[in-house]
Design a protein around this ligand. Structure first.
Ligand SMILES: [Zn+2]
Length: 387
């Protein structure tokens, strides 16, 4: 069992340096660094878990590392072993600053609570924007360069975006600003026009599978296939699923992928009578809580104040259910793709997909979760019971 833990730790540490599937984008940036033509404000956009943070961290290391190396393509790369690279990785290097959305604003900065990524209502508040702006005016303390990152930049509210217009337009010499966003379209046009946008797109299954095989040497092909399926092109999601498998194995529990469990759940819907909706709701809540157990623990672990922990719990439960509904959509979509030549079946699945999407929307906007799920499963069961 100790061996499993060691492997997990070793691979977790190495993960930060794996740019899975974004090689071409990386090369264009590394070439820019080689020519000393670094973009000053760079917007890295792309779906959650696609690799934005990994990419940004490595780029920060490249800019700040005092002893960069040359990679196989003849381009500069961070050494990844020096004190600076390490300090950047653990976010303590003085010329490297990271801003993340907060659970809620507080007057005193010491009361700021960084939000878990899943928290839909978190925001970059005006106080943070002002701090970002002030800090952006200081010259680098160590070398020639400084890097500031804003994670989930689309969570800047209107006032924050306005406060930072000038900052993004003309950062001081040596400063590189990286904005990370899942939904860049939520940013104001005036912000977008000041950034150089680089889109990170979904990664091919084969690339992710190859990477997992390398990083999780003790894993089985079946586990990797399941993780790739859960991930849907997002290396970070595949990584999380593999880590979940490792934890299950360490606890001697059976490794069942979320995809397999969701498929089984969909089969249960198909077998259910109309009165079965309530039981399905219970099962859905159980699965959502099971999968989100670790997220909740880590989100609460970071927050000292009980009131915040409670608030986070309430919101996280909703995002866990949203995650479950995403998985459910994934299974419905696969079944729908396979329903070629069966128009009735295809129409039923399309209807289901639409219902799931609407329910997800309601739940994230504070509808009663149980009621919304009861209605959803009732509607998913109904078309079959009339056959
Ligand atoms: Zn280094």
């Amino acid at each position: 069992m100790a061996a499993i833990t060691t492997t997990a730790n070793a691979s977790a540490a190495a993960k930060n340096f794996d740019l899975v599937g974004h090689g071409a984008r990386w090369h264009s940036l590394a070439r820019a660094v080689a020519k000393d033509a670094v973009p000053q404000t760079l917007l890295l956009s792309g779906p959650a878990h696609v690799g934005k943070w990994t990419f940004a961290l490595r780029f920060a290391q490249l800019l700040l590392c005092p002893q960069p190396v040359t990679d196989v393509n003849g381009l500069p790369a961070p050494c990844a072993t020096c004190r600076t690279c390490h300090q950047v990785e653990i976010e303590v290097f003085p010329d490297f600053r990271v801003y993340r959305p907060l659970v809620s604003a507080a007057e005193d900065e010491r009361d700021w609570v960084v939000a878990p990524e899943e928290l839909e209502s978190s925001a970059i508040h005006i106080a943070q924007a002002r701090k970002f702006r002030n800090e952006s005016l200081y010259r680098p303390t160590n070398g020639k360069r400084k890097v500031m990152i804003m994670v989930q930049a689309e969570r800047m509210n209107e006032a924050s975006q306005n406060a930072l217009l000038k900052t993004f337009e003309e950062p001081i010499p040596g400063l590189t600003i990286l904005l990370l966003a899942e939904q860049p379209q939520l940013l104001k046009a005036t912000i977008l026009s000041r950034c150089w946008e680089m889109k990170l797109t979904l990664v091919s299954d084969s690339t992710i599978e190859e990477w997992l095989a390398r990083r999780f040497a003790g894993s089985t092909p079946r586990e990797r296939v399941e993780a790739v399926r859960v991930a849907g092109g997002r290396p970070g999601a595949a990584w999380n699923e593999m880590q979940r498998f490792e934890r299950l194995k360490a606890n001697n529990e059976e490794v069942v992928s979320r995809y397999a469990q969701t498929r089984e759940f969909v089969q249960r819907i198909a077998r259910s009578q109309p009165v079965g909706a309530l039981a399905l709701t219970e099962e859905a809540l159980r699965l959502a809580a099971l999968w989100g157990k670790d997220d909740l623990a880590s989100a609460q672990g970071e927050n000292r104040k009980a009131a915040d922990a409670k608030k986070i719990e309430r919101i996280l439960v909703r995002s866990q259910i949203a995650t479950f509904l995403d998985e459910l959509s994934g299974v419905y979509r696969e079944l729908w793709k396979a329903a070629v030549g069966q128009p009735e079946q295809a129409a039923r699945l399309a209807f289901g997909l639409d219902q799931i999407r609407k329910t997800r929307h309601y739940i994230l906007r504070n509808a009663s979760t149980n009621l919304a799920l009861d209605v959803l499963f009732g509607s998913l069961i109904a078309p079959q019971s009339t056959r």
